[in-house]
Design a protein around this ligand. Structure first.
Ligand code: UFG
Length: 326
């Protein structure tokens, strides 16, 4: 039985969908602070908060878990600069609670959602896993801290883990049942599509970067490809694999302007675009070197063209104009 913490969130719900498709027994744990119960059709939900050790203890006492997955974090870089205390509590202290519950119950397999934000401003792209780690935000600091905590738990307690460093997660399941539903929405692709739908304005943050069209380049990775990588991480741990870290990106960079052009092509709508100064802390280029995930885990991402990601996100927005409240 797999425990999916944060299973009602964007990436966690796509993970639960994959586990359902594969017939793998699992339960989701979510406090529904930011997740959506509707994102878990067919997956049992335990409503609990990882910041509550007593709730965790009773859940671990009742279920025989084999592997624990952790998606239950705060994710907005900007929010983390305003509320670092909340990020350290939810993204670090809550994970410590979880690892301690695992230790008490003799569990030793953990899959962790990490991020490209652990690298900070890259010295070179594409970025391999051994690139220096210099996070530039409280968010990145919390994720790197958990990676280090997991290293210590592995060395001393034999609690093995896989950290998956996502680049820019995007898209949604092609069946149109699940999608991205953040409030507020800050990510580029959904914001551009909201603008296409006439529901808000999108601004390009900075056109003076040292890139071919002057806008930031990112590596967009489809959420279903991310879920596939997590399943491979579980297999790695089940096969006795060691604690390790893997980048997850398509390996191709797309600029903000290219994403906007893709959205215009997919939607067939020519919507207005605003401009704004650079957003603090945005590196010019973030592109993953995911060779390690491909060769060691056997990861083979299917949706490497950003247009497909935009298409799936647009399909979700059309069928769910108000997100899960539709
Ligand atoms: N952007 C705009 N206008 C917008 C929104 C975004 O121009 O309205 C630009 C950003 O400046 C950036 C690019 O679009 O250049 C992508 O921005 P997102 O906010 O979609 O994503 P980020 O690259 O900032 O963040 C993502 C994840 C974080 C993670 C980070 C890793 O969402 O969780 O990658 O560096 F930390």
């Amino acid at each position: 039985m797999i425990l999916v913490c944060g299973g009602a969130g964007y990436i966690g719900s796509h993970m639960c969908r994959l586990l359902r498709q594969k017939g793998i027994p699992h339960v989701a744990l979510d406090n529904l602070e930011r997740g959506h119960e509707e994102a878990l059709p067919g997956t049992p939900l335990l409503r609990a908060d990882l910041r509550d050790p007593a709730a965790l203890e009773s859940i671990f006492a009742e279920h025989a878990f084999t592997t624990v997955m952790h998606f239950a974090a705060y994710i907005e870089v900007g929010e983390s600069t305003k509320n670092p205390a909340g990020f350290w509590e939810n993204n670090v202290h809550a994970v410590w609670n979880l690892l301690e519950a695992m230790r008490r119950h003799g569990l030793n397999q953990f899959v962790f959602s990490s991020t490209a934000a652990v690298y900070g401003e890259p010295e070179r792209v594409p970025i391999p896993e051994d690139h220096p780690k210099n996070p530039t935000s409280p968010y990145g600091n919390t994720k790197l801290t958990v990676e280090r905590m997991l290293g210590d738990y592995s060395d001393t307690y034999g609690l093995r883990s896989v950290c998956l460093r996502y680049f820019n997660a995007c898209g949604s399941d092609p069946d149109g049942i699940l999608g991205e539903a953040h409030d507020p929405e800050t990510h580029l692709i959904p914001r551009v599509l909201l603008a296409a739908a006439g529901r808000g304005e999108v601004k390009v943050f900075g056109e003076d970067y040292n890139t071919p069209d002057g806008t930031c380049i990112r590596d967009y990775v489809h959420v279903c490809d991310l879920a596939d990588a997590h399943l491979l991480a579980i297999r790695h741990l089940e096969g006795g694999g060691a604690t390790d870290q893997y980048n997850l990106g398509s390996g191709t960079g797309f600029s903000v302007r290219q994403v906007i052009d893709a959205a215009k092509e997919v939607t067939g709508i020519d919507f207005p675009i605003g401009t704004a100064p650079r957003r603090a802390g945005d590196p010019a280029r973030l592109i993953a070197d995911s060779t390690k995930a491909r060769t060691e885990l056997g990861w083979n991402p299917l949706y490497t063209d950003v247009r497909t990601c935009v298409q799936h996100a647009w399909d979700w927005m059309l069928s769910h104009p108000n997100g899960y409240k539709s």
